[in-house]
Design a protein around this ligand. Structure first.
Ligand SMILES: [Zn+2]
Length: 263
């Protein structure tokens, strides 16, 4: 009888182990395939701009393995001036230091390329100019702590670290339109907090003389191209656009800092 029990237990243990092994192997293979495909696809685009993949930093390697790619690898005609890689910003702080490359989720970068093409249909001399794209979460926290604003004005201007920003996922971009190297007049410069940057009451702002009709028209040129390309405008910042609704962000990894990414 004891032998029978022993044999039954042994059989059961082997059966469970065998089932687990099969299960793990199957999941691993599926995961590897999808990641490999995505990375390979990203790399093809990266290599168009950077001939030698080895020259990328460890941080950039990490981004690419998560399908977050340099904007200019998808469309080299899009102009870039990362405001947080220098002191010319609301905080007068260089947050990015050595990291001076604009990255976005690959699908978001494709939408930006579409917006650039739509702009050209309006005027072939127009181009998008990107002020910020992927922004690691640790920078978001630093910005929040160093922000001199308070209350609702602060929350509208800097996403609270408790909610994260879509920039942390590479799903948001700060952008304007330029002609050659000259930016269109949008009524305010980038990163000016307050009502003149708001987009939901522009007609009222024109009525009270806070914005001109031409400035609002320029914003509409930007918004139309971005909307038609699949971006969602922001109520409080004319320059900020998201490529996903917040309810969908959990399916994407977010960049924690310049050495870490969270799935
Ligand atoms: Zn933004």
């Amino acid at each position: 009888m004891r032998d029978l029990i022993k044999k039954t237990v042994l059989f059961f243990v082997i059966f469970v182990l065998f089932s687990c092994e099969n299960h793990v192997r199957e999941v691993t293979v599926q995961y590897y395939d999808s990641v490999y495909y995505k990375n390979y696809y990203s790399l093809l685009h990266v290599q168009k701009v950077r001939k030698q993949y080895e020259q990328l930093s460890a941080f950039e390697h990490m981004l690419i393995t998560h399908n977050i790619v340099p904007i200019q690898s998808v469309d080299s005609s899009i102009q870039i001036n990362l405001k947080y890689a220098g002191n010319d910003n609301f905080w007068n702080v260089n947050f990015y230091k050595v990291h001076n490359c604009a990255y976005l989720q690959y699908e978001t970068a494709l939408k930006l390329r579409k917006a650039q093409q739509l702009l050209w249909e309006v005027d072939s001399t127009y181009s998008l100019l990107v002020f910020d794209a992927l922004r690691p979460y640790c920078i978001q926290v630093d910005m929040w702590n160093k922000c001199s604003l308070s209350g609702i004005k602060k929350r509208n201007f800097v996403a609270s670290p408790t909610h994260k920003s879509l920039h942390n996922y590479g799903l948001a971009v700060d952008v304007t339109v330029c002609r050659g190297s000259k930016e269109l007049d949008m009524g305010t410069l980038f990163d000016v907090p307050g009502r003149t940057s708001y987009t939901y009451n522009e007609d009222k702002l024109v009525k009270v003389g806070a914005l001109s009709k031409q400035q609002v028209q320029n914003r509409r040129i930007l918004r139309k191209a971005m909307r038609e390309a699949g971006f969602i405008p922001n109520k409080y910042e004319w320059w900020h656009f998201s490529s996903e609704y917040r309810k969908n962000v959990n399916q994407f990894p977010y960049v924690y800092c310049f050495d870490s990414i969270a799935n």
